[in-house]
Design a protein around this ligand. Structure first.
Ligand SMILES: Nc1ncnc2c1ncn2[C@@H]1O[C@H](COP(=O)(O)OP(=O)(O)O)[C@@H](O)[C@H]1O
Ligand SMILES: [Mg+2]
Length: 244
């Protein structure tokens, strides 16, 4: 099972949009996919119209009781583990000094799925550290502005600090508006860096509309450049997966 965490310390950069649309792209391309929503706000589950089971909460999650709490989506090959509001305290519940707890929990699912995509909450915490360690690839959306590039540099430092190899980090430009000079310049200057994937995700209202349609963009607007971008992004991520 390939574990892909969509992570950034920043909120509102397109993590959930990416996790939702990448998981759809992976499933459409025949991979048995599980989208795990680790953000207590539960937006990924909202987009897929899936709620957590009544008895599911942080305790169940930490016990590794995942299989009974996984729900099917409306699409073939795609399941969801919705977040519960109690996940907001997951950080405190994780044991200090143990950064591989989550890796162990997810490994129970290894036989069931080809791909696990994790939608992460925006912070730098013990939970994020656990997720980064559990992931084979950490995919981070970067809005092409100086501040976001700074956040990427901080993330690279964080990887060093917790002893995680930089080669599992993949950045991509998110919410790109080419008409804005700063966006165009930043993309031009950084796109060729090794850490960046080639695909750019454009800023398009088709993505925002997901809040109303509650479907992946490729379902509502199949020909949309956004749908095409997420599919390409998925192909790139899959191609650059780190094999065991
Ligand atoms: N490519 C995009 N184009 C336009 N709007 C986007 C795009 N990606 C995300 N958004 C919108 O921006 C907001 C934040 O995106 P979201 O994916 O929830 O970010 P995060 O999960 O990083 O907090 C949402 O309202 C979402 O619809
Ligand atoms: Mg989110």
């Amino acid at each position: 099972m390939n574990v892909i965490a969509v992570y950034s310390s920043k909120g509102g950069v397109g993590k959930t949009a990416a996790a939702v649309n990448l998981s759809y792209a992976a499933s459409m391309r025949g991979k048995n996919t599980l989208l795990c929503d680790m953000d207590p706000q539960g937006a990924a589950g909202y987009y897929y119209r899936v709620r957590p089971k009544k008895k599911f909460n942080k305790k169940q999650f930490l016990k590794g009781n995942l299989e009974n709490n996984i729900r099917q989506s409306d699409y073939p090959h795609l399941d969801l583990l919705p977040a519960h509001f109690s996940f907001r305290n997951l950080d405190l519940a994780l044991e200090k000094g143990k950064s591989e707890e989550l890796k162990g929990i997810f490994s129970n699912l290894a036989d069931e799925y080809d791909v696990l995509i994790i939608d992460c909450p925006p912070n730098i915490s013990l939970l994020s550290q656990n997720i980064i360690i559990a992931a084979d690839q950490v995919v981070t959306p970067v809005i092409p502005t100086t501040l976001s590039i700074r956040a990427l540099a901080q993330l690279i430092k964080f990887f060093e600090k917790i002893g995680v190899k930089r080669k599992k980090l993949r950045a991509f430009f998110s919410m790109v508006e080419r008409r804005k000079n700063m966006h165009a310049d930043t993309v031009r200057n950084y796109r060729k860096k090794k850490v960046f994937l080639r695909t750019l995700v454009p800023y398009l209202s088709d993505v925002e509309k997901m809040g109303i349609t509650r479907e992946p963009v490729a379902v509502t607007c199949p020909g949309s450049p956004a749908a095409i971008a997420y599919d390409r992004l998925w192909m790139e991520i899959w191609k650059r997966r780190i094999r065991d």
